[in-house]
Structure formats: structure tokens, C-alpha cells
Write a protein of this length. Structure first.
Length: 556
């Protein structure tokens, strides 16, 4: 049974290792999350999504799981987990776990057995292929650089890993794999969790034959994505997972789906509930790529507002009445939104963060707030390679600067500073005490040095703060059905300064106006009637919009 509570919820994403340390080891943990429940209740969110907390060698910070039915020791014990879940439920908070089943860690017992021989019970749990002319079976590159194939002498074969070599892809064509995954899901659902975020779940069906992918001139490897995303059996697998597991629980599901289109998402998030509730799509966070296709996401370009408006509108219109959107600017894989979608300096940062929050939270879909986004956190401003810890950042530098020599070190450092996932993984700034109150010992990863200016303690009681504004956005969503269920209409698609749109629901009209620039602009919205519902400035001139000004008018 699946009710539609996911349509009324606001989700808060916690990166556990960076949220709150409670046992003096510099690493965030489950006890720390429990300590911060009052903060989360004050913000007003409904659901917590925790990045993976299962046992892992941490090659990819937990996205390489070695035991699905365990808790990573750094985060605590299973008892700590049970106590956290109980405390959350007692406080009317729901818990969504991160399900990573496109791949496991190479330390998982399944892979340790699978690699031994071609005839053990786990031999076909992964994707093994014979060498071709003594080389890898095809030209695919891995997301974290290098080949997507690694040779294992014991088997005389290569195995596929779309990410790190320590993240072998599971073979979903094998029914036994799917049944073991469903068993692991039931382990957590029987404990009472309230849903799953599913890591790169649209990669679990690969095109048979694993054909060579398109290879940019001069690129070391081909692109696997045409053959490894949105594959031929994906809907079948999702429907089987739904029939066998998901539909037996009152839960919320969101599938991370790089490369999915609105048309595909109408099926993935269909209202009949036969697959998932919603997906994370990547269109709006992939708008500014590098002119050199070999460098993919790495760039330091601003995002065009006209492109951003067109992209978000495609998804609002594409799913209205036929599916359901997730809404996000940030997560643990994306740089901080204020630094990525605006050019706001320290003086305009608060307004810019409030404007971005308005733009996103007044759309149709389930909003996700990533830890620190509600404080208006910014990128760090990294300047040297030794400041980075993320495998994706470090591998990209070594591959593109040193190995393939596609770009200079200084240019790549600029790209990393703008786009790296490390920007999102600095410890949560709670206050101005030692280590921002995150830990009383040296944190596992350096804090953003601007924590004296940007921290929770300085905002939770300040009515003008980003935190207080996010409180209002979240409260409004709970109060106003037009925000949750209303239709969407973009105004002035070509306007490259203001993102304005309408929402309509049962006679209520919302007019949402967001000035994306650091300048004052003049606009005359003749639709403006009814009262001001929300604004990030005191009342001003009706047709004058100050830097990063947002206004929401309601007409019933
Ligand atoms: O991310 C999938 C994914 O597509 C990312 O690699 C994304 O493309 C990239 O980070 C953009 O910068 C998921 C997890 O969210 C990510 O943290 C993991 O590293 C990855 O899968 C492998 O599990
Ligand atoms: Ca700790």
C-alpha cells in the first residue's frame, strides 16, 4: 500500500560523516544526528535522507558497500541505528536510506567469491567478460576515470565497474542477484524505515552485448552511458522490485537517474505507482558543461538563466498530472547552489540563497534541502589539490592534467573549485566555537573557513536569515495546496534576468518572481493581484525588483 504522503513532504539530506560528531573522533555519526533532531524539527522538514551508513571500505565515501545488513563502525552500531529510528519516529520525522545496488564494494563477500572462479555460486553475480584481443571487452571509461574494466587473473576475465575498480557492477540479469537485493531491502523495511533513495538505479539494466560507446576525438575511452543508463529491462526490474518489495510498505522512493528524460520519468514515476514515486534527474545540473567533451562536467562557467528556466519548465510541464518531480539544487555530488547558480558575493549571499530557495520550493514536486543549504552555505574556494579528498576530484586531476594532459593544472584547479563534490562535504557549521561545534577534535575533513560568518547558531533566531526563510518556505508548502498540487506556467521564457512563473490550483493563483541578478530590474507583471504571500525584502516598489529579490503573490 503506498499513500501519497511523499507529495506533501520536504526532505532534508544528511551526509552523516559531516553532520555532527557525538563521540569525539572527528567523524559525524548517528548519535550526532539524534542530538540535532530539535534543529531539524525547528526547520520543519518531514523526512531525512541519509547517505549510505552501511559497512564500507569508504573508497567512495560509503557508495561501495561491503555488507548491506550492517552499520559502518564510524557511524555507530545497529543499536545506535535502532535508537535513532525510534527517536525520529517519536518526533514525527521519517527516515529514507540510501540503496546502492547497481554495484557493491569489491570487499563484499559476493565479489570475493565471484572473482575466485567461474563456477562458484556467486560466479554470475557480477559482469565478467573474456578479454578481446588481449584487451578489455569494450572501450568504456569509468566515471572516476580509467577503463570501466579490470582484469582478474584467477578468472582470466575482466569485470565491469562503471565507477571505481572497487565498485564492481552487479549482474541484474541474474535472478539470484535481484532476490538477494530484495532481501536486503526487506531487512531495513522490516525495521520500519520510511523509504529509499536508489543510487544510479537506472544503470542496473545494460544493453546486451555491451557495445562500444561513442568516443570523442582524442579521448582515452568511450562513453558507456548510451548502453548503461535507462536500459531495455529497467522498467521490468523496477516493476518487479515494486511488486516484490516496495508495494508492501507505506514508503517513499526516489531513483537517481543520470540521463533520464521527462518522457522516461513519466513511466519511472507513474501515478499508478508501479515503479518509483519520483526520480533525481540531472538536466538542470548539467547545463554548463565543458566545451571540450573529454572534460565532461568540469568547467567554471555560469549557468544561463534562460537555459535553466527552459530545463526546469520541461520537467514541470512534462510530469504535471503524469508523474512527480523531485526538486533539488544541492546534494553531496553537487557544488553549493549559491556559488553555482548565482554570482552573489558575501554582501548579496543571503538574498541570493533566499531567492534560490523561493525559485525551487514554489515548484511542483518534493523539495530536497541538502545540509547547509538552509544556511546559504557557499563553495569553499579551494586553491590546491591537497585540499581535496573526493576520489572523483583527485582522479579527474590526475587523469586530465597529468596522464592525458588535456588541461593545465591551474585551469583544472579552477574547474575543481567550481564543480567539485568536496564543496558539499565540509562539516556542518553549527556555531562559532571550535570546529564550528561539529566536533571537539580535528574533523575528518576541513571546515569551510567562512563558518564564523555562516553557521546555524547565528541564524536560527534571526528572522532575516536564510534559515528563517527556509522555515517559511517549508511551512508554506505544508499550508498551501496550490504549492503542492498546482499546475505550472513559465512567464517570459527569454527573460535572462528574472525567473517568473505561475501556479494555479482550484481557483488559487500564485505568481512567483525571482530576480537572478545582482542588479535592480524593472518588470511590470500585470498578473499581480492579491496579496504578498512571501518576500525576501520589505515591501518596495511594485515594478522594481532589487538584487536577488523574490516575491510570491497569492490570489484566491
Ligand atoms: O552518483 C552517480 C553519479 O552520476 C555521480 O557520479 C555524478 O554523475 C557525479 O558525481 C556528478 O559530479 C551516485 C552517488 O550520488 C555518488 O556519490 C557516487 O559516487 C556514485 O553514484 C557511485 O555510487
Ligand atoms: Ca563520531
Amino acid at each position: 500500500m503506498n499513500s501519497n504522503w511523499f507529495k506533501d513532504a520536504v526532505v532534508y539530506q544528511i551526509y552523516p560523516r559531516s553532520f555532527q560528531d557525538s563521540n569525539h573522533d572527528g567523524i559525524g555519526d548517528l548519535g550526532g544526528i539524534k542530538q540535532r533532531i530539535p534543529y531539524l524539527k525547528k526547520l520543519g522538514v518531514d523526512v531525512l535522507w541519509l547517505n549510505p551508513i552501511y559497512r564500507s571500505p569508504d573508497v567512495d565515501n560509503g557508495y561501495d558497500i561491503s555488507d548491506y545488513e550492517s552499520i559502518q563502525a564510524d557511524f555507530g552500531t545497529m543499536e545506535d541505528f535502532d535508537q535513532l529510528l525510534e527517536a525520529l519516529h517519536k518526533n514525527q520525522l521519517k527516515l529514507m536510506m540510501d540503496l546502492v545496488v547497481n554495484h557493491t564494494s569489491d570487499q563484499h563477500k559476493w565479489f570475493q567469491a565471484s572473482k575466485q572462479s567461474r563456477d562458484n555460486p556467486y560466479a554470475d553475480y557480477y559482469i565478467w567478460r573474456d578479454p578481446v584481443d588481449g584487451h578489455a571487452p569494450n572501450n568504456w571509461g569509468a566515471s572516476f576515470n580509467g577503463s570501466a574494466w579490470t582484469y582478474v587473473p584467477e578468472r582470466g576475465q575482466y569485470y565491469l565497474h562503471l565507477f571505481a575498480p572497487e565498485q564492481p557492477d552487479l549482474n541484474w540479469e541474474n535472478e539470484a542477484v535481484r532476490q538477494d537485493v530484495y532481501a536486503a531491502m526487506r531487512f531495513w523495511l522490516e525495521k520500519g524505515i520510511d523509504g529509499f533513495r536508489m543510487d544510479v538505479i537506472n544503470m542496473i539494466s545494460k544493453v546486451p552485448g555491451l557495445p562500444d560507446g561513442p568516443q570523442a576525438a582524442g579521448a582515452a575511452y568511450g562513453d558507456s552511458s548510451p548502453y548503461t543508463t535507462n536500459g531495455p529491462r529497467l522498467n521490468e526490474f523496477l516493476q518487479e522490485m515494486n511488486r516484490e518489495v516496495l508495494s508492501h510498505y507505506d514508503i517513499m522512493t526516489v531513483g537517481e537517474m543520470p540521463g533520464a528524460t521527462p518522457e522516461m520519468a513519466r513511466q519511472y514515476s507513474n501515478l499508478a505507482g508501479t515503479e518509483l514515486n519520483m526520480i533525481f534527474q540531472f538536466e538542470h545540473v548539467s547545463l554548463a558543461g565543458n566545451p571540450d567533451p573529454r572534460l565532461g562536467k568540469w568547467n567554471d562557467q555560469p549557468v544561463s538563466l534562460v537555459d535553466l528556466k527552459a530545463s526546469l519548465s520541461r520537467w514541470q510541464e512534462g510530469l504535471d498530472g503524469q508523474g512527480w518531480n523531485s526538486l533539488y539544487w544541492n546534494n553531496h555530488d553537487q557544488p553549493r547552489a549559491v556559488s553555482r547558480f548565482t554570482t552573489a558575493g558575501p554582501q548579496e549571499r543571503v538574498k541570493a540563497a533566499q531567492m534560490l530557495g523561493t525559485t525551487l520550493h514554489l515548484l511542483q514536486g518534493t523539495p530536497y534541502v541538502y545540509e547547509g543549504e538552509e544556511l546559504g552555505m557557499t563553495n569553499v574556494g579551494y586553491t590546491s589539490l591537497d585540499q581535496y579528498e573526493d576520489i572523483e576530484s583527485l582522479n579527474a586531476y590526475h587523469e586530465y592534467v597529468e596522464k592525458e594532459q588535456l588541461v593545465s593544472g591551474s585551469t583544472m584547479l579552477r574547474y575543481l573549485a567550481h564543480m567539485s563534490r568536496d564543496n558539499a562535504r565540509t562539516p556542518m557549521p553549527w556555531d562559532t566555537s571550535l570546529n564550528a561545534g561539529f566536533s571537539d577534535v580535528e574533523p575528518w575533513f576541513a571546515l569551510n573557513p567562512n563558518y564564523p560568518e555562516i553557521n546555524a547558531a547565528s541564524q536560527t533566531d534571526d528572522p532575516e536569515s536564510v534559515f528563517s526563510y527556509y522555515q517559511k518556505l517549508i511551512a508554506l508548502r505544508h499550508q498551501e495546496p496550490a504549492i503542492r498540487y498546482g499546475s505550472y506556467q513559465l512567464l517570459d521564457p527569454k527573460d535572462d534576468q528574472v525567473f517568473a512563473y505561475l501556479r494555479e490550483y482550484q481557483g488559487t493563483t500564485l505568481l512567483v518572481i525571482n530576480n537572478f541578478t545582482a542588479t535592480t530590474v524593472h518588470r511590470d507583471y500585470d498578473q499581480v493581484k492579491g496579496e504578498l504571500l512571501l518576500a525576501n525584502y520589505p515591501a518596495g516598489q511594485l515594478t522594481e525588483f532589487r538584487p536577488y529579490e523574490s516575491r510570491v503573490y497569492v490570489h484566491k
